[in-house]
Design a protein around this ligand. Structure first.
Ligand code: SF4
Ligand code: SF4
Length: 102
């Protein structure tokens, strides 16, 4: 499942990543993959392979021991869409259109 394109707050600092693979273990939507040659760094590092699948649950940030990941949990467009599915209302993240998403 994809949420609103470009509305996800997920960030990854490749230089902090150790390539442990924990984010791949805990992510319920297969957002990450491990690749070689990322940013000229040696070894395999996590990359955000499918950003728009992220539902901003925060599991990756919580389980990344090196602090390479950050995400605003429970806010933004993905959260707005999930809440609208639950409540049946129109999705709105409260940005007032400033992010160009709603
Ligand atoms: S959990 Fe953190 S350190 Fe481990 S692969 Fe993912 S981003 Fe890299
Ligand atoms: S916030 Fe959740 S869905 Fe998004 S990348 Fe992290 S673990 Fe996956």
């Amino acid at each position: 499942m994809k949420y609103i394109t470009g509305g996800v707050t997920l960030k990854l600092e490749a230089g902090k990543c150790t390539g442990c693979g924990m984010c791949m273990e805990v992510c319920p939507h297969n957002v990450f993959s491990l690749e070689s040659g990322v940013s000229g760094l040696e070894g395999r590092r996590a990359v955000i392979a499918a950003r728009d699948r992220c539902m901003e649950c925060g599991a990756c940030e919580k389980n990344c021991a090196s602090g390479a990941l950050s995400v605003n949990k429970g806010v933004g467009c993905a959260s707005a869409l999930i809440n609208s599915m639950i409540t049946g209302g129109e999705p709105t993240c409260g940005c007032g259109g400033n992010s160009g998403c709603c």
